[in-house]
Design a protein around this ligand. Structure first.
Ligand code: 5GP
Length: 177
């Protein structure tokens, strides 16, 4: 059990369980991409930075990795307003794009962002997310590579924060109500 501010969190996915899943996801992604047609891999910041760092080291193909700042969350709530730093986007014309997300919750972020990739000429767009909250999602989204489905509860660790804290934890922790 750990405490951040007034909230307590208990371990939900251990670091070892997460690392096994990262290897599994990496193997699945390796089947779909090759260095002959290298994808642009875009990790959505801040939350996905640790997952993306582990996952991209499983890739056996060449890739162009771009970190992209996207935000919609404040504290424990999705604000519904998605802000994307488009200035960091590379030229996607004719390219395959793989998006790396930490968690899909309402789906607002991907629902707002994915359509913009096609207008920028991306040839294909796939999504890899470590976590998905099926009971929270409000959009019809295809997650091509998914780590874990989790209950609709606030989680921290492995890149995910509570007001900037907890990102450095190796395991994922769920809030204790
Ligand atoms: P969505 O747009 O799908 O509602 O949420 C996407 C973003 O909200 C995620 O990339 C993540 O940054 C944040 N988020 C959603 N659920 C959680 C959660 O349980 N814990 C934390 N720390 N962030 C979350």
């Amino acid at each position: 059990m750990i405490q951040l501010g007034e909230h307590h969190f208990s371990e939900y996915l251990s670091a070892a369980t997460i690392q096994d899943k990262v290897k599994e996801l990496g193997a699945a992604i390796n089947k779909d991409y090759s260095s002959e047609d290298p994808p642009i891999v875009m990790a959505l910041l801040n939350g996905a930075f640790i997952f993306a760092a582990d996952l991209c080291r499983q890739f056996d193909f060449e890739c162009q990795l771009q970190l992209l700042r996207v935000s919609s969350y404040k504290g424990m709530e999705s604000t519904g307003k998605v802000i994307v730093d488009h200035s960091a986007e590379p030229n996607m014309e004719g390219r395959q794009v793989l998006i790396i997300e930490d968690i899909v919750d309402t789906g607002n972020t991907l629902a707002a962002y994915l359509p913009t990739l096609e207008t920028k000429g991306a040839r294909s767009v796939r999504v890899c997310s470590l976590l998905l909250k099926p009971d929270a999602i409000q959009h019809d989204l295809q997650i091509h590579y998914l780590g874990f489905e989790i209950p609709n509860e606030f989680v921290i660790g492995y890149g995910l924060d509570y007001n900037g804290r907890g990102r450095n934890l190796g395991s994922i922790y769920s809030i204790v109500q």
